[in-house]
Design a protein around this ligand. Structure first.
Ligand code: CUA
Length: 148
């Protein structure tokens, strides 16, 4: 093995170790929730927003061509500082569920439920977009979280 190969391997190994360290830091230091697929979760066909505790909410979001049903149409309103559990599924084909300015980046999969949790510390409007090409109306598929 020549010197170039050794250096390339050392660089590769150190990058892997650095990425692993950053993942551990994000999980522990920043308490970032990784999105999860819940294969045994109850399936649902209709969206809703439920207040489950003091400033805690659960959002069931159903994606379909070409909008999101979150119980109040495609827009939800929550107070500042709310912690929200998002459960996302699809009625038809695979869609995406990305909330701008957050780490929420879920797949909406027919027959499955994906999950993540996010805390909204800042008031404002957060655009929800479908980030998975799902057909002719894909570019119009959007929703909104309004944090008051
Ligand atoms: Cu739904 Cu793209």
């Amino acid at each position: 093995m020549d010197l170039f190969e050794k250096r390339a391997m050392a660089l590769g190994l150190s990058l892997v170790m650095m990425f692993f360290g950053l993942v551990v830091y994000a999980a522990k230091g920043l308490q970032a929730e990784l999105p999860t697929c819940l294969p045994n979760a109850r399936l649902f066909q209709n969206g809703r927003v439920v207040e489950v505790g003091p400033n805690r909410y659960q959002v069931d979001a159903v994606a379909f061509m070409w909008s999101f049903d979150m119980g109040q149409g495609n827009t939800i309103r929550i107070p500042r500082g709310a912690t929200v559990d998002f459960y996302v599924t699809s009625r038809d084909v695979m869609h995406g569920y990305h909330i701008d300015k957050t780490l929420v980046n879920l797949m909406a999969i027919p027959g499955a439920v994906t999950y993540t949790r996010v805390k909204f510390d800042r008031a404002g409007e957060y655009q929800i977009v479908c980030h998975e090409y799902c057909g002719l109306g894909h570019q119009n598929m959007a929703g909104k979280v309004i944090v008051e």
